[in-house]
Design a binder for this molecule. Structure first.
Ligand code: NAG
Ligand code: NAG
Ligand code: NAG
Ligand code: NAG
Ligand code: NAG
Ligand code: NAG
Length: 537
């Protein structure tokens, strides 16, 4: 397509681009993306979609650990836009995170260049617009970080790999969805599920006897899904950047915002098989299918779709507990993951974050610990950098649910750099929640029904809980995670149930210390957009 050029690194070239050199040995990958509206018909109904260089889903980013990624985004929509890089940790660079707390949005008819490094990362991630309800119109794509040749992975090199971006879809225009939510109405039920933009159009072609890696991201708005393949099992190898114990599954749950990678061996008789994704915890089961095609097969898919779980919440929680870190596998860094004994680190801070639903001025709104987050005109990160008063404080949101009615506010939690934090997500509602943290991963130590109490700590997995960045919280249940917050910056912790996030279910973690040093955080990028109270600085 000519939009990606992988340039061998030449210092001279890089310097004249004005790029902050993070790692002179790592290659640069350049992308130019024009974001436009265009007509798409994922479920057969023509509607407005958000396209990247004319494509939906957007072009994949395939990169290697430590690569520098330069993406110049031209916003041709009629609304301000930001793109975020889900699961990319942006070490020392929350300036590049692409959320309203860190960046001024890119105004219509202008462009902004993200400059980031995939520092020490490996695995399956995604990108999407973080602004408004843009994501309900597309704009998303895959972000796959492959190993550098010097790093080994704990499974045989697959013969090929495929990416599946799976999510729910609405035939309603995204601006209508937005207006409905603004007016206080509930989110409608999705119209269907799609895989790579289509409910049944994807084909995975492979040869008998070979093994393939399938990378899956749930890019949907609100629906958990279960995936499975007719007469084939899936060997889970990676979850959001961690190599997990390789267990074999007949079906796997994957919640909004989550990513994973599994291996499938084409060891059946040579014909075509269904790959199916179906909705979880929904009254009506939505399905999307793809085809596993054995090269040379002339036998089309047939037979009933393999059955999967529908409600079965306990089943899902049990499966979630089987997803554990492989302590002897290499991570992206050439040191064993197991060298990080998170279970023996003392907790320095506990946050209990409860999702809140309520009405404010008669309109349904969502929040965390009774605060429905409102983004100030001035991004929090800019306010922090320029010491602009009256943009945020560290007391609006409390460390545990106060039990007060939902109210608007700007939620920033003050965290000291290198705090070892326990976060308990308490869900008193009857719907599943899913949360994502930017900037760092966390260790998942426990899931349980009903109310969390300190006694639950005795049941934590303090040995091989998976390190990931997006986690589900089952209905009327809790999930506990431990995080070493050692990436200085302003980090978004958000619901990945997108209408909830749009209506306030998010907070920011300000991971901070008073020492100003390029060793702990990069300086403001020279091209930083200025807006709000920072407009003239
Ligand atoms: C916009 O794109 C041009 C190249 O087309 C680039 O030189 C410029 O730095 C970009 N603007 C920003 C703010 O990144
Ligand atoms: C864990 O990783 C090691 C080292 O790469 C690998 O040999 C082993 O098969 C993996 N174990 C499991 C259960 O995935
Ligand atoms: C195919 O391979 C999987 C492991 O990838 C194994 O669990 C399954 O039993 C194999 N099926 C056959 C028919 O050999
Ligand atoms: C989805 O597939 C299941 C079988 O797995 C079936 O019971 C259900 O009716 C299908 N849903 C729709 C909307 O067709
Ligand atoms: C953790 O806390 C305990 C009790 O306060 C203390 O004895 C121990 O030294 C601490 N461990 C570390 C690694 O700081
Ligand atoms: C959740 O429900 C329990 C039991 O009804 C109650 O004690 C607790 O305060 C509730 N928590 C929140 C955050 O609403």
């Amino acid at each position: 397509m000519g939009h990606e050029h992988l340039l061998p690194l030449l210092l001279g070239i890089v310097n004249c681009f004005g790029i902050f050199l993070v790692d002179a040995e790592s290659p640069y990958r350049f992308f130019d993306w024009e974001i436009t509206y265009g007509t798409i018909s994922p479920l057969g109904t023509p509607q407005r979609g958000i396209l990247l260089n004319g494509q939906f889903p957007g072009p994949p980013i395939d990169a290697e650990t430590n690569d520098n990624i330069i993406v110049n985004i031209y916003n041709k929509l009629d609304e301000p836009l930001l793109m975020t890089w889900h699961g990319i940790q942006q070490r020392k660079m929350s300036w590049q995170d692409g959320v309203l707390g860190t960046n001024c949005p890119i105004p219509p008819n202008s462009n902004w260049t993200y400059k980031m490094q995939l520092k020490d990362q490996i695995g399956t991630f995604s990108y999407y617009p973080s602004t408004l309800m843009h994501r309900a119109a597309g704009g998303y794509g895959a972000l796959n970080v492959h190993r550098r040749p010097v790093i080994s992975v704990p499974y045989p090199e697959p013969d090929d790999e495929f990416t599946m971006l799976i999510g729910d879809w609405f035939n309603t225009d995204y601006k209508r969805l937005q207006e409905n939510l603004d007016a206080g109405n509930k989110m409608p039920f999705p119209d269907g599920l799609i895989i790579n933009g289509d409910p049944s159009g994807t084909t995975i072609v492979g040869e008998a006897g070979k093994t393939y890696m399938i990378r899956v991201s749930n890019v949907g708005i609100m629906t958990s899904i279960n995936i499975r393949i007719q007469e084939h099992s899936m060997k889970l190898v990676e979850v959001e950047g961690s190599h997990v114990l390789q267990e074999t599954y007949d079906s796997l749950d994957i919640h909004p915002g989550q990513s994973l990678a599994f291996l499938v061996t084409f060891n059946g008789t040579a014909k075509d098989y269904y790959f199916i994704a179906s909705s979880r915890f929904t009254r009506k089961t939505l399905n999307a299918t793809a085809v596993l095609h054995y090269a040379g097969s002339k036998t089309p898919v047939s037979g009933p779709l393999p059955d999967g779980p529908t409600y079965h919440i306990h089943w899902s929680m049990k499966q979630a507990r089987t997803i554990r870190l492989n302590l002897t596998a290499n991570a992206a860094r050439p040191n064993p993951q197991g060298s990080f004994h998170y279970g023996s680190i003392n907790i320095t801070r506990t946050l209990m974050l409860a999702n809140s639903v309520g009405t404010i001025d008669g309109k349904v709104r969502y929040g965390v610990n009774s605060i429905s987050h409102v983004n100030p005109e001035t991004p929090l990160k800019l306010a922090d950098y320029y010491n602009i008063p009256d943009v945020f404080d560290l007391i609006t949101i409390q460390d545990s649910p106060p039990g007060s009615p939902l109210a608007y506010g700007t939620s920033v939690v003050g965290i000291t750099l290198h705090d070892f934090v326990e976060i308990i997500f308490q869900n008193n509602e009857t719907t599943l929640q899913s949360y994502h943290l930017d900037g760092d991963s966390f260790f998942v130590v426990g899931y349980g029904a009903f109310q969390w109490t300190p006694a639950m700590r005795r049941k934590y997995n303090l040995v091989d809980g998976t390190s990931r960045s997006t986690i589900q919280v089952y209905p009327n249940s809790w999930t506990a995670v431990l995080a070493s917050l050692d990436n200085k910056g302003m980090w978004n912790l958000r619901s990945t149930i997108w209408h909830r996030r749009y209506l306030g279910q998010e907070v920011y973690l300000r991971v901070w210390n008073s020492e100003k040093s390029l060793l702990t955080e990069n300086d403001i990028p020279p091209n930083a957009l200025k807006c709000g109270k920072a407009a003239d600085l």
